[in-house]
Design a protein around this ligand. Sequence first.
Ligand SMILES: Nc1ncnc2c1ncn2[C@@H]1O[C@H](COP(=O)(O)OP(=O)(O)OP(=O)(O)O)[C@@H](O)[C@H]1O
Length: 230
Amino acid sequence: MLEVHIRSAGYKEAETIITNVDFSVQAGELVALIGANGAGKSTTIKGILGMLPHMDGEVTVSNYAYVPEQPVYYDYLTLWEHMELLAATKELSETWKDEALKLLHVFQMEESQHEYLGQFSKGMKQKAMLMLAFLAKPSIYIVDEPFIGLDPTAVRDFLKLLEKERKRGAGVLLCTHVLDTAERICERFLLVSKGTLLASGDITAIQQAADKPGESLLECFDSIVRRNYA
Ligand SMILES: Nc1ncnc2c1ncn2[C@@H]1O[C@H](COP(=O)(O)OP(=O)(O)OP(=O)(O)O)[C@@H](O)[C@H]1O
């Protein structure tokens, strides 16, 4: 699904931002990429997407959908027109319209489907990005911070859809600061600090790395990051 082997990467030749970031996401897996502000999470994602000017490493990624933290859209296309555009460029089968209507219903966006995205609120734009990703039915989802802008109902509905997609066999790489939710839903964690992968594995592996058996992901995260910055 996704194989990442980044030896070093950054924005300028003389300045390495991330070093030795190696991980994979398998079919049906939900993996959280976590780390403090400035740790290198977004840079890692840019490396995966081939958006870094300097990168020494290899990335193998199958058909993916990327949901950025900052929505990217056409100001003067409506939500429905964005969906039509996606269906045309991805050559989705005719059933895409049924899927689109279901998604509009789930995200309670039926009334806004013919409005311009440029006029949407922050959360509505984020919902639109998620709907477009779900409509594409990729084999891997790369989602950057979905929990901050969405209302609680939308978060719940997003998680339900994600679960359904995992059952279909899709893998998910989720970058987030919302560690209690990540702990509840993810089976593996990748803890990035100062541009490198400091700990990875299930909650037990993270607890071992933090030397905090039985503690929450947040406690372990705090302990590992503080130790690395001491
Ligand atoms: N476009 C850029 N040009 C140069 N340096 C950058 C650029 N974007 C990020 N950086 C630097 O790369 C480092 C890692 O930043 P990155 O955006 O990957 O962090 P992050 O873990 O995603 O943080 P946050 O949780 O705050 O979003 C930081 O030191 C940052 O200043």
